[in-house]
Design a protein around this ligand. Structure first.
Ligand code: ZN
Length: 141
């Protein structure tokens, strides 16, 4: 095995999905159609490259129109059943609502330490080497 860090699979797709999600959240409330377009692109890239979106991020996009759900801005949040502790989040654009139970003890599988198979980190040495090269090329005549 060589000493080079290969990164991880789907890194480009993850960074693109991250950008699109942030753009979708930024546009929510300003241009809902654009927000829904970016949200749809984000989901479809994840589907095509078979990557899992974090459940918290997935829940913040509407299932029907893919618009970013910001409570109070593009979505209404209300308690449906106080005894069973269920809240509802309703999209203001398409009126699609989804119910979620409030269970503070519940943890997603990804939050479980057993779910981590491998930890990948980006090399800092690569970045410093590139910076050194850049500074050298500036100084060179
Ligand atoms: Zn919607």
């Amino acid at each position: 095995m060589s000493g080079k860090n290969k990164g991880f699979q789907g890194k480009d797709s993850f960074s693109r999905m991250n950008f699109l999600y942030q753009a979708s959240m930024l546009m929510a409330g300003k241009s809902d159609t654009l927000s829904a377009y970016y949200g749809n692109l984000c989901k479809s890239i994840g589907k095509k490259s078979v990557l899992r979106i974090d459940p918290n991020i997935k829940r913040s996009l509407c299932k029907k129109c893919h618009m970013a759900l910001k409570p109070g801005v593009t979505a209404d949040v209300s308690a449906v059943d106080c005894k069973k502790e269920i809240f509802s989040i309703k999209c203001k654009k398409c009126n699609h609502s989804k119910n979620f139970p409030i269970n503070l003890d519940y943890k997603f599988w990804l939050e479980n330490p057993d779910s981590i198979a491998e930890v990948c980190s980006l090399e800092k040495e690569k970045l410093t080497k590139k910076r050194k090269k850049a500074t050298v090329s500036k100084d060179a005549p």
